[in-house]
Design a protein around this ligand. Structure first.
Ligand code: NAD
Ligand code: ZN
Length: 240
């Protein structure tokens, strides 16, 4: 912890990558583990275009249930710590800060983070299959499923599904942040899902120190400059 505090105090350009683990203590389950199953489906069987084309109602029912679950929880101390890092740096006009997240739950935004790169999209945004129009959408129910766009097209969640490409601009900005930072945190991600999982290595190879926060060892742990076997909230509390 002392080493991490020293690294943080000396960092000019800071970047953070978060995954499902940072929201776990808010009560949003990660995908791996028994809580990841829903009606006996694995996320890979629901969160993909094939599933949506076959049964859009089923896919929407899953997302509506997830939206209700997320609406009912609050950002935790770890989300708040990251929004404070950003605000402190902005106020001090010192260095810069980029938050990259694989999460779609919007909890970083609710905690006050501003500069967020959402690699996998956002569950509170929809997109029309026909005209691509995006809209902020807080609805927890619809008169019919799937919901329809004003153009008549079917509407889907604005989420990067299994088998889909990441938004190239968001990915490029994340890559630039990883390459250009001098300190990179990776919090609550199993470092298995590419290309997001490459970002800590990109940072390391560009000469940054990389700090990993995860209660379990990951494929990246051995390479990390510092790897703390801690839960995200425990880390936030230890940072004070
Ligand atoms: P993952 O489910 O593969 O891994 C979660 C990681 O978090 C694991 O390494 C686990 O050890 C760690 N973890 C568990 N509890 C933790 C805690 N309290 N503090 C810190 N770390 C903890 O998640 P992933 O790597 O992010 O990949 C799955 C993909 O599924 C994501 O990319 C995301 O798009 C999506 N997803 C999003 C949410 C969300 O928005 N909250 C939730 C589940 C899945
Ligand atoms: Zn449309």
């Amino acid at each position: 912890m002392e080493r991490v505090k020293r690294l943080l105090a000396g960092a000019r350009r800071l970047a953070v990558l978060t995954g499902a683990g940072i929201s776990a203590e808010s009560g949003v389950p990660t995908f791996r583990g028994p809580q990841g199953l829903w009606r006996n489906y694995r996320p890979e069987e629901i969160a993909c275009m094939e599933a949506f084309l076959r049964d859009p109602v089923l896919v929407w029912e899953w997302y509506l249930e997830r939206k209700k679950g997320i609406r009912a929880v609050e950002p935790n101390k770890a989300h708040h710590l990251l929004s404070r890092w950003e605000a402190d740096r902005r106020e001090a006009e010192r260095g810069d800060f980029t938050l990259i997240t694989q999460n779609v739950d919007g909890l970083h935004g609710r905690a006050g983070s501003k500069n967020i790169l959402e690699l996998h999209g956002n569950i509170w945004v929809t997109r029309c299959l026909a005209c691509e129009r995006q809209a902020r959408d807080e609805s927890l129910s619809y008169p019919e499923l799937p919901p329809r766009c004003s153009c008549g097209g079917q509407v889907r969640p604005h989420i990067v599904w299994f088998g889909e490409m990441l938004d190239p601009e968001v990915l490029q900005a994340s890559w630039d942040a990883a390459e250009g930072c001098d300190l990179f945190f990776v919090i609550g991600t199993s470092a298995l899902v590419y290309p997001a999982a490459s970002l800590p290595r990109v940072a390391l190879e560009a000469g940054a120190a990389v700090v990993e926060i995860n209660p379990e060892p990951t494929a990246f742990s051995d390479a990390a400059t510092v790897s703390l076997r801690m839960k995200a909230v425990e880390f936030a509390e230890a940072m004070g």
